[in-house]
Write a protein of this length. Structure first.
Length: 176
């Protein structure tokens, strides 16, 4: 069972793509976790304000805190699950195509057949050397491109700053 590529350049794009795919998923999951932290911080701040204003009973405090924590827990699990289900290699390829339309179908084809055995590629009626040449060409065309543009790291930074500001505000209010 001979691999499709003999030229190491043919797998370079696949390695870069897999790295991008992993980073994209990690950033999206980290964003979901930060958003859950923001929701939890806002929820506990609102509970603290209600408690300060109306001096809630211990049982009511516990129930409300469990409701807030449970709601945030459900949201985080749902968000992470949705990210893991939605962000696949084809989804990442579609993001690349959207940002870099000049790459067209070559990214998807390189991903579809990259690393496949020569027999599998031939069974689909495609010459393995053609796929290898496409993979090398795709790598050469994507070298100067900033592929990380599809990773929403700016959003993660802003959500992280908001969470940090909320934590700082809550710590300051506790200190006062």
């Amino acid at each position: 069972n001979q691999a499709m590529t003999r030229d190491p350049r043919a797998t370079m794009f696949l390695e870069r793509f897999n790295s991008l795919f992993g980073r994209l998923r990690r950033v999206r999951i980290a964003t979901a976790v930060c958003l859950a932290a923001v929701a939890l911080l806002i929820g506990t701040a609102v509970l603290a304000m209600f408690d300060y204003r109306w001096e809630l009973d211990w049982g009511v405090r516990r129930v409300l805190l469990v409701l807030v924590a449970g709601g945030v827990g459900i949201v985080i699990v749902r968000s992470v699950w949705k990210t893991l289900r939605r962000w696949s290699r084809p989804t990442t390829a579609a993001e690349l195509e959207e940002r870099f339309p000049e790459l067209g179908q070559r990214v998807r084809t390189t991903l579809q057949y990259g690393g496949e055995p020569a027999e599998t590629i031939q069974a689909d009626g495609i010459a393995p050397t053609l796929v290898q040449a496409l993979a090398v060409d795709t790598d050469e065309r994507t070298q100067p491109l900033e592929l990380d543009i599809v990773v929403p790291s700016r959003r993660l930074r802003w959500v992280g700053y908001i969470a940090l500001a909320l934590v700082t505000g809550q710590v300051a209010s506790c200190a006062v």
